[in-house]
Design a protein around this ligand. Sequence first.
Ligand code: ATP
Ligand code: MG
Length: 567
Amino acid sequence: MKFSKLYAPTTKDAPKDATLPSHQFLVRGGFISQVGSGLYNFLPMGKIVFDKIKAVVKEEMDKTGAQEIQMGVVTPAELWKQSGRYSVFGKELCRLKDRKDNEFVLGPTHEEVVVDIVRNRINSYKQLPLHLYQITTKFRDEARPRFGLLRGREFTMKDGYSFHEDEACMKKEFALMEETYTKIFTRLGLDFRAVDADSGAIGGSGSKEFMVLAQNGEDDIVVCSSCHYAANIEAAKRAPKMSSIEAPQADLAKFKTPDMKTIDDVCNFLHVDSFYSIKAVVKKAVYIDKEEIVVFFVRGCDELQEVKALNACGAIDLVDAELEEIEKVGLKAGFIGPLGLECVKFYIDFELKEAKNLVCGANEVDYHWVGVSMFNFKEERYADLCEVKAGDSCACCGKELYITKGIEVGHIFQLGQKYAKAMGATFLDKNGKAQPFYMGCYGVGVSRLVAVMIEASHDEQGCIWNKQTAPYLLDIIISNTKDDAQKAYAESIYATLKSEKYEILLDDRAERFGFKIKDYELLGFPYALIVGKELEEGFVEIVERKTLEKIVVKKEEALTKLRELLA
Ligand code: ATP
Ligand code: MG
């Protein structure tokens, strides 16, 4: 490609809202162009990168025997009503009506549609397993579209859906997908981890996220310093916390704790380590048809993990409760404890089960209990609620956990029979009995990956593409386009390498050299060949983008050297 013909409108300035390097460089480099909040178009070079990523995903998916299909973006709302998600999927679900008032949604994910595709068509276990996938547009009306392609409203996902006769077969496919995703992200040259995850609105049990380790990631991931354990903070487990400080021995008694409303106040006053105290976190749980105040109890030294809390109470959302609302249901803010608590629904963190010698609110203004034992609560009250912190111990090996940032690029789920049951999709098993399908679903953020490649590899000047995803492998820069010798030499190298099927850009624009080299650094192709004044003495320069190091080579040897580098 000749740069003079390429549509790559590069600019010096990034949009004001572009805070991340990938967003800045993709716009400045003319890879993408924004048309609205969270809506982007791919320009020629962005499209090349996008297609390369897509090709890797497709190749690896096809190798597993999964079959590519294409489902529409517009989906009848009726299917979403059948699965029950029409009412529970929040505002992210874009709902619309046609001229006859029929309701539709713009597909944010396609479980419902794919179930409809196989329903009443796959009738026997003999036709299973089956895996269908697509690489298409999704729409999610994200609350805060940001970071360019990382969190758009319209984006491209590879989404695959598998159907099985039993759980064992579903688990086998899940393992195959874990292996396949590992191959995909390895081929893309990314540093990633497969982590245990929360299943979110998709539902089901058992899910893993693929996280690319990157400073600017939105997700906190917990990683063990010693073994393979890694999890999203929303699902992370730890070995139960211990305290080396001795427990305060006391019989159950009520203590006056005037105006002591925080854990610190109470623990200082009673000379107790916060490990031996119970903290109450009050939230308003939002359900489809109601809202109610719910209390979550964790150790005083722990924090509530909100996604775990949400899962425990089965609400759609948890929001902060106003003091007025808290008092209205009869809670005494600052003095709330689980003993004798009857006015609201409450949950207790697992790790407090059978704990002794604790301090907690007495549900009476200015009073706390000491010497509390946690024996008399129903099993349903207990849930995993606390947030894992750096320095906690690994549940697998006991060694220290640390926290790092990641960007989610893939997510695989074991859905079980959830969708098939809800939508009445069954097959006849070996005994001739109708059974709902077991399903798995598997997503890759294809357009997000375009940005992830840059988050994972850039410097202050711009992108640093690797060979797997670079729009062009080499930029041949003619330093002075008025110099016929430079032009002739550059064009002959260009023609030769192009005929050998290398992806080459020839910067033949009548611009200053400084301008062109700045563009090269911004666009970030793996190598540049600089054809300048030194050609007269028989030399040219090869630049490696990653290090910006230059080597001088004899003009007759440049081709051999380049073939070596580009191979
Ligand atoms: P996130 O937690 O980042 O919002 P998610 O868990 O809602 O993502 P999934 O439903 O698991 O997303 O979708 C599969 C993949 O699609 C994700 O792993 C991610 O790479 C990609 N993806 C999801 N939402 C977006 C978005 N708004 N913009 C770009 N890619 C996205
Ligand atoms: Mg996800």
